[in-house]
Design a protein around this ligand. Structure first.
Ligand code: FE
Length: 315
């Protein structure tokens, strides 16, 4: 809350869900109250379709502490009017281990500036990934674990940067290797999956049992847009653990360890609305890959899973 620069008398809404865990309800209210904020708690029936009756409270807030990880587009809309949002859903152990520091913002913004200046992104890996996309037409976003600026949406505690590629530009091969991660399944891949990318879409999914499963998942939507390439980027978190999924019940965690793992490459599929595009898709896979190299206009950002730029490495 201090990194999110909560001020005395600032209007803060803590958002909970009627059927949800609301894990940090009491502690968030207590801490915010202690900081002198004008805090209220709003509990909604469905956080992904927030009822109109709750919107005046959210609209009046300067900061929303979202204990539900709402995917309602109204949250981003309110962000355009200046609402800061901070999602907090991970377990206390993960929050504590990966606790953000103020310097994380500069690291993430360095990565974001590198992406904004680039025209191409190429990704390779020893497993066989080699693909390229064009950049510049759509935007991206980043998170550093706190929300200190008007309009900024973030989630505690992970850090990463992503962007959207120009529509129809992705060409090449992505190999999701054994040990890489699939979200929202929250599963490690056991058998490598080869994706053939053509004109921004997955044209073929090849491999063994995990390729079959991934194909079945995407085919189930009967919508070609679920095969599109979505946001792309790399992880910048401190103290994240690649093996975390092995140690928590799936329902207990969101996956900040894998999604934001330092030096991962985050491949994803489906929509590009969050980057300013027009593509809607009913399914979105986040797929962190280990050990990749990421190049912007030929300049390495990540080499074999190591973040190269000293400005982006945690101290
Ligand atoms: Fe995603």
């Amino acid at each position: 809350m201090s990194l999110s620069k909560v001020l005395p008398d600032e209007k803060v809404v803590v958002l909970g869900s009627h059927s949800g865990r609301n894990r940090y309800k009491d502690v968030a209210i207590r801490v915010l109250h202690g900081m002198g904020a004008a805090v209220s708690y709003v509990e909604v029936d469905n956080p992904h379709r927030i009822a109109a009756s709750a919107l005046p409270s959210l609209g009046a807030a300067a900061l929303l502490v979202d204990l539900t990880h709402s995917h309602d587009p109204v949250i981003r809309q309110l962000g355009r009017d200046g609402l800061r949002t901070l999602v907090a859903v991970e377990t206390p152990e993960i929050l504590l281990r990966m606790l953000p520091q103020e310097s994380d913002k500069a690291r993430v913004q360095h990565a974001q500036n590198c992406i904004r200046a680039a025209k191409t992104m190429r990704v390779t890996s020893p497993a066989g990934t080699d693909f390229e996309v064009a950049l510049g037409e759509l935007s991206g976003n980043c998170q550093y674990g706190f929300s200190d600026e008007p309009g900024h949406w973030d989630q505690c505690p992970g850090a990463f940067v992503v962007t959207h590629s120009n529509d129809h530009s992705a060409q090449g091969t992505v190999v999701i290797d054994a040990g890489d991660i699939m979200f929202p399944q929250k599963e490690y891949v056991n058998t490598p999956i080869t994706l053939r990318l053509e004109n921004g879409y997955i044209a073929a999914i090849e491999g063994g049992s995990d390729a079959k499963l991934m194909k079945a998942t995407l085919d189930a939507y009967r919508n070609p847009e679920v095969f599109a390439v979505s946001h792309l980027g790399w992880g910048l978190s401190r103290n994240s653990r690649w093996d975390a999924l092995n140690f928590f019940d799936k329902a207990e965690i969101e996956g900040q360890d894998g999604r934001g793992h330092l030096g991962n490459f985050l491949f994803s599929t489906g929509p590009n609305l969050s980057g300013g595009g027009t593509r809607r898709a009913p399914m979105h896979l986040d797929i962190p890959l280990a050990g990749c190299s990421v190049f912007l206009d030929g300049k390495p950002m990540v080499l074999d899973g190591d973040v190269v730029c000293p400005e982006q490495r945690p101290n």
